[in-house]
Write a protein of this length. Sequence first.
Length: 164
Amino acid sequence: MTVDARAAARRPIHWAVGGALVVATALVPSAESAAAEQKSEVSLRYTCPFPSGPEEVDVVVSAVLPASARTGEEIRPAQVAVEVTLPPTALARFAGLDAATLSAVARLTVRNTVGDKSADASWQDLTAPPADLPTPGEGDSQDPGALTLTATGDVPTVAFGSPG
């Protein structure tokens, strides 16, 4: 993950999530296409290298996928989201920059697996709108002082050439 801290007084900070983050999803192609969909979600803890030092953040990557697809059929994951929760200790580092808002751009590699076959897909430029930095003790209701940014966007299609 990288941080772009080009913030002048009370200007937004844009934060990029990316690099070596690889998320595995399972797609199960079958002989027939189905209208049913399933939400795939993975939660992980990631050490993010901020300019002022590494910081642990919670990340949830989710997407809606078809329950099945025909061999060779291109599918596009829908409702793709990368939710990053920044703890108060990480946010304190931005307060020193006199920033008012924080936004994010997520870039990650997703490994799609069927049986013993896998293919990597690059999900680029998922964006989270600017959010006001909470004052100490405010913010995320589950973790006072934390801030959750949710990056969303369109991702490329994926197809598998053999049944799984």
